[in-house]
Design a protein around this ligand. Structure first.
Ligand SMILES: [Zn+2]
Length: 359
């Protein structure tokens, strides 16, 4: 008898390409014009409808309203920031910049549960919410200390804001809260000694330590080599440099990009070696940076391959990344994104059926 598909959970990462009409309207304003509200609302409603039509058992709002990107939504528009912050270099030569803190104190301008409020009005399926990691936002503090606002004070304020954001999302019923940690793999590229990565791990663990083991079963961490304009920022960093440290994070779920890796068994062996017994690993089975739509059978085979390394009760599937972490990225169409998600859902169910049939 076939096992139910739910023996292998499947979840998205977060972002879905915005409708072109919305992208054009946001480009003509600063993204915060109240006149944009009905267009954001329409995009969220339509995104959730299309998401649910794929059969995805967990959905998101597609991050339609995360302003310009996944990393700076919480601080976008703060008066004590400047646009010339940390630069993220991508392999095709383009860059993205974060904002820089110009004075203290540091506070979020908005928490991600405000997006969850809207999504849950429209969704019938459980809704997941992604939030940005403290390590990413720590890059906002400049290399030269801010007068009267030390880096230590900043870190305390940052940890408090991040904890508040996660608690608000959990309280409102997020299926999972996913901490986006794309800068983990990038950290190894910037600093091959591993020092920067380990400082990020330590910082994020200071935040995760504030949650109970029960709460941590609903919290996850996403790692990927970046995804913007069909380009990555750290795909050349071998996972053996990242994953041993990553699994030190005090969290119950990991969302690990894998579909785009050249040597998946190599990565799966590292996961098998370093995954803690209570940690579930959602492996990426579709690649948003690859325009080709995976077939359900390919996804099935990737899941079955992973079963050789990860016990099925600790396995899940996901996409390698969001489909447009930066809001103006039109390199992937909405149709392609949902077709890939459909393949993920169908392929995961096929694998579950296969596993059930063999046991
Ligand atoms: Zn990602």
């Amino acid at each position: 008898m076939a096992a139910p598909a739910s023996i292998i959970p499947t979840e998205p990462i977060g972002s879905i390409p915005r409708p072109v009409d919305l992208i054009e309207r946001v480009a003509r304003s600063n993204g915060e014009d109240p006149g944009l509200d009905p267009f954001y609302e329409l995009a969220i409603r339509e995104t959730i409808e299309l998401f649910e039509a794929t059969g995805s058992p967990v959905v998101t709002d597609g991050e339609q309203r995360k302003y310009h990107n996944f990393a700076t939504y919480a601080v976008y528009g703060l008066p004590n920031t400047a646009p010339d912050g940390f630069t993220i270099p991508f392999s095709d030569g383009h860059t993205r910049r974060m904002s820089r803190l110009t004075r203290g104190p540091f506070h979020y301008r908005r928490y991600a549960d405000s997006f969850l409020d809207v999504a849950m009005r429209y969704a019938h399926a459980p809704v997941k919410q992604a939030v940005i990691s403290p390590s990413c936002l720590s890059l906002m503090y400049p290399s030269e200390a801010i007068p009267d606002y030390s880096r230590e004070q900043f870190i305390q304020d940052l940890l408090n804001e991040h904890e508040t954001e996660i608690r608000r999302c959990l309280k409102k019923g997020a299926h999972k809260v996913q901490v986006d940690f794309t800068e983990g793999r990038l950290a190894v590229k910037i600093d091959p000694s591993g020092h920067l990565l380990n400082s990020f791990i330590d910082l994020n663990n200071l935040a995760l330590s504030r949650f109970s083991p029960e709460e941590r079963t609903r919290i996850g961490v996403h790692t990927c080599p970046g995804s913007d304009l069909d380009s990555t920022h750290s795909a050349d960093v071998d996972y053996s440099e990242l994953l041993p440290s990553l699994f030190e994070l005090k969290v119950g779920n990991f969302y690990i990009a894998l579909a785009g890796e050249r040597d998946r068994p190599h990565v799966l062996k590292i996961i098998r070696k370093y995954r803690k017994p209570d940690q579930r690993v959602f492996i990426g089975v579709t690649a948003p940076v690859d325009p080709r739509i995976e077939t359900p059978e390919e996804v099935r085979d990737r899941v079955l391959e992973a079963c050789n390394y990860i016990p099925v009760e600790h396995l899940g599937t996901t996409d390698d990344c969001g489909f447009s972490p930066f809001s103006d990225d039109t390199s992937t169409s909405r149709e392609t994104a949902f077709a890939k998600i459909r393949a993920r859902v169908l392929g995961t169910a096929l694998a579950a059926k296969n596993i059930g049939g063999e046991s």
